[in-house]
Design a protein around this ligand. Structure first.
Ligand code: NAD
Length: 400
């Protein structure tokens, strides 16, 4: 079996490598020549546990190679980015461009699968694009949508072991796609139609967003009521059927902070809770920034000097270096531009940054008058805390 994987990023490269490790002859295609060159040397351009060893092995054995153009194959996977535009609408231009690139290589019996997180009906639209250019392939090829739900840092394990949802444009397509994934996925393959599979991926991330919004809303209510929100949630979760998530400084990353908008922009009249959750989680970051600016003002009035403020963490979640859509980064930027203070920026997972002048976390803690806990990084837990600091804890640093 031969497969072409369009897009060799965080999802496409591990997928290509795992498929190749099961004896499928894979050509990975990327528009970035540096990515292609790196992979053909048996090396990788992203950080992901275990991936380097697998890529090296499959490239050496000749099962995986990379290129700038596709070739004829039995299976074509689309794993390119789907960011959103200014108006929060999904940008499916990459998916369409990758689809158009493979159209000349399609032949009867081939399987075409979109893995990129996509708005509902994208697969049907891409099927129309294909059949408009190649009407003779109507009912002669298989088309499906199969979203990815892996956790960065654990992609190799989850890629093989997670259940997958497979939505075909017809039952034969679901079946054909399931046969392909069965070669390297040990999880259960759940077959459905394209729209359900597309919505399933968006639903998973919207569900997380809504649940975090509930915790974030509680945190703001508790702040007003003088209640420790972490203690409150711990106690409420003692109820056998209650499971509230933890609040934080907002929601970030390229999935949970993005995908719900794909539902909201397509179904604005129906998607009320999903939209409010997105807004609540975005607002939480502004609420945190406003609290810090207020604390600086109070400090200056009381002490007749501007405070030194330590912003602890920039990443969008603990123990990673990823700053995409990060609320901590947003809050820090607002403090830098709006607060009357000397601001120390801390991110222990990044050595240097082109915009932020990063400071060691332990030194910053000692130096600062006001400590802003933005991300619950493990390094921060081991700092010897003092009681002469003003501390604003937005991520539960003092809670187990
Ligand atoms: N990273 C995750 O944790 C994750 C999890 C689940 C789903 N997803 C979804 O998977 C998709 C891919 O995400 P990613 O994180 O791998 O993105 P990425 O940015 O890491 O990689 C995408 C790659 O596609 C390449 N590319 C862009 N246009 C192309 C084209 N026309 N032809 C060939 N290559 C092209 C880019 O150069 C890049 O190397 C997105 O829709 C994303 O939302 C990502």
């Amino acid at each position: 079996m031969k497969a072409v994987v369009m897009g060799l990023g965080y999802i496409g490269l591990p997928t290509a490598a795992i498929a190749a490790s099961k004896g499928i002859e894979v050509l990975g295609v990327d528009i970035n020549p540096n990515v292609v060159e790196t992979i053909n040397q048996g090396k990788i351009h992203i950080i992901e546990l275990e991936l380097d060893k697998i890529v090296k092995a499959v490239v050496e054995k000749g099962y995986l190679r990379a290129g700038l153009q596709p070739v004829s194959a039995d299976v074509f996977l689309i794993v390119v980015p789907t960011p959103f535009k200014q108006n929060h609408r999904a940008d499916t231009a990459y998916v369409e461009s990758a689809t158009r690139t493979i159209i000349p290589f399609l032949k009867e019996g081939d399987l075409f699968v979109i893995e990129s997180t996509s708005p509902v009906m994208t697969t049907e639209k891409m099927a129309s694009v294909i059949f408009k250019e190649r009407p003779e392939l109507q009912d002669k090829i298989y088309i499906a949508y199969c979203p990815e739900r892996v956790l960065p840092g654990n992609i190799i394990y989850e890629l093989e072991n997670n259940d997958r949802v497979i939505g075909g444009i017809n039952p034969e397509s679901s079946e054909k796609a399931a046969e392909f994934y069965l070669r390297f996925v040990k999880g259960v393959l759940h077959k459905t139609n394209t729209r359900t599979a597309e919505m399933c991926k968006l639903t998973e991330n919207s569900s997380r967003d809504v649940q975090i919004a509930f915790a974030n809303e509680l945190s703001m209510i508790c702040d007003k009521a003088g209640i420790n929100v972490w203690e409150l949630i711990e106690l409420a979760n003692k109820h056998p059927r209650v499971n509230i998530l933890q609040p934080g400084s907002g929601v970030g990353g390229h999935c949970i902070a993005v995908d719900p908008w794909f539902i909201v922009s397509d179904y604005p009249e129906q998607a009320n809770i999903i939209k409010r959750a997105r807004e609540t989680n975005d607002y939480k970051a502004d609420w945190c920034a406003n609290k810090v600016i207020e604390a600086c003002r109070k400090f200056e009035i009381e002490n007749e000097r501007e405070p030194v403020v330590a912003c602890m963490g920039l990443a969008f979640k603990p123990d990673i270096d990823d700053l995409r859509e990060s609320p901590a980064k947003y809050i820090t930027s607002r403090i830098l531009s709006e607060a009357r203070a000397e601001v120390l920026v801390i991110e222990p997972n990044i050595v240097s940054h082109k915009t932020f002048n990063l400071v060691n976390y332990a030194e910053a803690y000692q130096q600062a008058d006001i400590i802003i806990w933005l991300v619950r990084h493990k390094e921060f837990l081991s700092i010897d805390k003092r009681n002469d600091k003003i501390e604003l804890d937005f991520c539960g640093i003092y809670n187990e």
